[in-house]
Design a protein around this ligand. Structure first.
Ligand SMILES: [Ca+2]
Ligand SMILES: [Ca+2]
Length: 463
């Protein structure tokens, strides 16, 4: 089973600039309300109009950290004198019906754009609402760092994003989801972000939400624990909101380290309150979350936690699933692990390893999504050699109503990562009952030579 990886068209602000490289994609899919049966797929990503600057390992520091090369900006550093090195752009595809051929179009860059201040944009998060409208949140590396929020509209045949409201004074990677359930919070847009006090060691996770499609935002709620910049959310069938994350290192945070899951039944109201959803706490995924890997295989980020809630009418309705690439005990540096909870307050299952591994290989960028019928899809990059320079994409699934997993399948050919490259912090996948839409980045030959490029893949579920 090898999927075709479709390179996505990338344009700059004025439809004239061709971006040289793109990475860290986010994907969303929605039915087109005006055209029955037709779907729109949006992939937003970081793009650069200049040649990619790979990450450069600076040697083994005691923290294993990597420093960026001169052309790449640290999150709080001023823009480089050559102008913005990064912007957020998008591409969109129209699928006429299930299984139909997708017609891709380049979208205009969202930010920064022509005649704007010289800032860089990073970390796009895109999601679709029940009315077929897409939302996109973007971290802007201004001073101070802020978030912009965009809403889609069709202008003639072209899909565009328009900025809604003022810059949000948030200073960490945003992630958004929309409540597509039939519960009382349907249509609410949720946004998590991290906030770090000046001089503070520990990033705090906050959540805000909009009940008017991004026009206004309710006051942010500070979430318990020091969940870092890698939180993800899931919506339950009755508009419950779940937030999964990982507390930062035990030495820096009073809460200790580990995976946490929080639940709110009233997050769409001003009274939003969250409680723990973990028995025991923290939740075990059979290893440690690892953010830094000494340049192997992806510069620094190796993935993050994903959470999904079963919204099907099946026997597992309301159940929760967690998946993440973690470092298991022993010499093996990374596996993709999964744990499951019935959503009724009972204990999480023991973690399950989804990959096979006879060679202590890296299974990184573990990415999970759940179909409306309850099927769970997980993909990951699997390195095939100790130097981590070559990876291929793997896929496993759990059919609705079952607790056993498929054997892993290879779904792309190998690609060479190369030393020093960084393709962002995650992949992103959206599942439907017939398969999954997946956006990835990898390093290969692009319009300006070897660099980072984004691709779309369709995974068809086994009947
Ligand atoms: Ca290990
Ligand atoms: Ca492994």
């Amino acid at each position: 089973m090898i999927c075709d990886a479709v390179p996505l068209p990338i344009l700059g602000c004025d439809h004239a600039l061709r971006a040289c490289s793109a990475w860290e994609p986010s994907i969303a899919v929605a039915a087109n309300p005006g055209r029955p049966g037709e779907e729109t797929i949006v992939v937003a990503f970081i793009a650069s109009d200049i040649t990619s600057r790979p990450w450069r390992p600076s040697g083994r520091t005691n923290a294993g950290r990597l420093e960026r090369s001169a052309g790449e900006m640290n999150g709080r550093s001023p823009p480089s004198p050559e102008g913005p090195s990064k912007r957020v752009s998008f591409a969109y595809g129209v699928r006429p019906g299930p299984g139909g051929p997708i017609r891709w179009s380049p979208g205009r860059a969202l930010a920064p754009c022509e005649n704007e201040e010289m800032v860089a944009a990073a970390n796009a998060s895109v999601a679709a609402g029940p009315d077929g409208v897409f939302y996109c949140a973007i971290l802007l590396e201004t001073h101070p760092i802020s978030v912009r929020f965009f809403r889609s509209a069709y202008v003639g045949e072209e899909l565009v994003f328009n900025q809604i409201g003022a810059h949000l004074a948030f200073d960490g990677k945003p992630w958004i989801v929309v409540d597509n359930s039939k519960g009382p919070g349907r249509g609410t847009v949720y946004l998590t972000f991290t906030h770090k006090e000046p001089g503070g060691a520990c990033p705090l996770c906050q959540l805000t939400r909009s009940t008017d499609r991004g026009e206004t935002w309710l006051p942010p709620v500070s979430l318990p624990y020091s969940l870092g910049a890698h939180t993800r959310m899931a919506i339950g069938p009755d508009s419950e909101v779940y937030v999964a994350g990982h507390t930062c290192s035990a030495s820096r945070c009073p809460d200790g380290t580990g995976f946490r899951v929080l639940k709110s039944t009233n997050a769409y109201t001003r009274e939003a309150s969250f409680s723990e959803m973990c028995t025991p706490c923290p939740v075990s995924l059979g290893g440690e979350w690892t953010g830094v890997a000494n340049g192997c295989p992806n510069g620094k980020n190796l993935g993050q936690i994903w959470i999904a809630c079963d919204n099907s009418a099946g026997p597992f309705r309301g159940s929760l699933s967690l998946a993440c690439s973690v470092d298991p005990p022993g010499a093996d540096p990374m596996d993709v692990m999964f744990a499951w909870n019935r959503g009724d307050g009972s204990a999480w299952t023991s973690p399950v390893r989804l990959n096979g591994d006879n060679a202590e290989a890296w299974q990184w960028f573990g990415t999970m999504s759940m179909a409306p019928n309850g099927r769970i899809d997980v993909v990951w990059n699997e390195s095939q050699n100790a130097s981590c320079t070559t990876s291929q994409l793997m896929y496993a699934y759990r059919v609705a109503g079952k607790t056993s997993w498929s054997r892993p399948a290879t779904i792309t050919n190998s690609w060479t990562m190369g030393t020093g490259w960084h393709i962002g912090g995650y992949y992103h996948m959206v599942s439907d009952d017939a398969g999954a839409d997946l956006a990835i980045a990898r390093v290969d030959k692009g319009p300006c030579g070897v660099g980072r490029n984004v691709y779309y893949l369709r995974i068809n579920a086994r009947p």
